[in-house]
Every structure is written in C-alpha cells, then in structure tokens.
Design a binder for this molecule. Structure first.
Ligand SMILES: [Fe+2]
Length: 212
C-alpha cells in the first residue's frame, strides 16, 4: 500500500525515498573485546565472501552474543525508525516486541593492496560494519589522498540508484576505530585498497529484526 504523507509543520524538507543508514559509536570496551577475539581460533570464511583480503574470520557463538548485547538496541532502533519513516506515522512500535536474528558475523582483516569488490549481502535484511583497527600510517596516507579530488584509500563506498538532480546515489565512509554503520543488506558497497603497512580490521554481520 502506498504511504500517505501528512505535513506536520509549516515548512519541511525531507527525504522520503531511498534507504536509511544508521550510525553508532561503539563503546571502547566492546572494541577491545572484539579485538581480543583475534587470539582465538576462528574459522576462515573467505571462501564464501567476495573480499580480496587476507582473512575473513567467522564469529563463533560467544562473539555473536557479545555483538548482540552491545549493538542489539541500536539495530532494533534502526528497524523501528526505518519502519516508521516508511509508514508515515502508521506504525506503533510500542505495541510490538522485537527480536534480533543474527545470521552470521565475520571479521575482515585487510592489508596493503587488499580490497573488497562491489557486492551486496544476502540471506538477511540488515547488514552492518564496525571498525576495530587501522594501520598506524593511514592518517598520513589520507592526508595525501585528501589532496586529490576524489579521496578513497581504505574507504567504504555505498551506491544506490542512479545519480540525478537533487538526489544522492553514493555515500563514502572514512573508517574510524569505534564507528559502526547499519545499512540494508541489498545496498551495493565496496572497499578501496590502501598502501600503509599494518592492518585495517573491521567486522560485519548479517541479521534480521523479527517483530512479534
Ligand atoms: Fe560487504
């Protein structure tokens, strides 16, 4: 059913079309806990993923539970806000109960020259990415890259639809340790290579929010 818009103010500028993104600053303690998981034996998942990167390590159950505890509330809030936006007020989250269903999670360990080609995620409605570590020299590399007209080293780029007047079709993210982004799983995205020595470490999850 088409949603019906009712103006709420004297003047409004709004973006009713297109996907919603979410952002959250992860607690430092959670970032440390995720990083310490590198000492554990985790299954290399890279055979099933598109990334041209050194390692993609699948979360075990304790890691899924840890991520759910730290990020679950924000992921559910994304679902509620995106659902409310699409319903223009005709969605009462207070009458519902929400449950997180994490289909899987994995660490991405990316080194100089590694990259992640344009792709989408399948098997769940929502995806996310969190940044855990960056190479020591990346700031100096970025300083140089940002003198270029189109900086992108080690950045994550999303693309949606076709570029048009008064519309936005792509969105670039500069990684920062502790930053966490939420996006619909069908959003095309890619990660560009960088040159600095050292590791760029992130994690991703595919999940759905179930309503009861
Ligand atoms: Fe991805």
């Amino acid at each position: 059913m088409a949603t019906i818009f009712t103006p709420q103010a004297e003047k409004e500028f709004f973006t009713p079309f297109g996907p919603m993104m979410g952002f959250f600053r992860m607690p430092g303690q959670f970032v440390d806990q995720m990083n310490s998981a590198m000492n554990r034996e985790l299954e290399d998942h890279s055979g099933q993923l598109v990334g041209k990167v050194r390692e993609e390590l699948r979360f075990d159950k304790p890691l899924v539970d840890l991520a759910a505890a730290a990020l679950g509330q924000t992921l559910i809030e994304y679902h509620v806000r995106a659902s409310r936006r699409g319903a223009f007020g005709n969605y009462d989250h207070r009458s519902k109960q929400f449950e997180l269903n994490i289909a899987g999670g994995w660490f991405v360990r990316q080194y100089a020259g590694d990259y992640n080609p344009l792709h989408i995620h399948t098997g769940a409605a929502l995806s996310c990415v969190g940044y855990l570590k960056l190479p020591d020299g990346i700031e100096a590399e970025w300083e140089e890259d940002y003198r270029d007209h189109h900086p992108s080293h080690g950045h994550l780029q999303f693309a949606h639809g076709t570029d048009s007047h008064y519309s936005v079709s792509n969105f670039m993210i500069k990684p920062r340790v502790g930053d966490f982004y939420i996006f619909p799983s069908y959003m095309f995205h890619c990660v560009y290579p960088f040159r600095s020595e050292g590791e760029r470490r992130s994690f991703s999850m595919n999940l759905s929010v179930l309503e009861r």
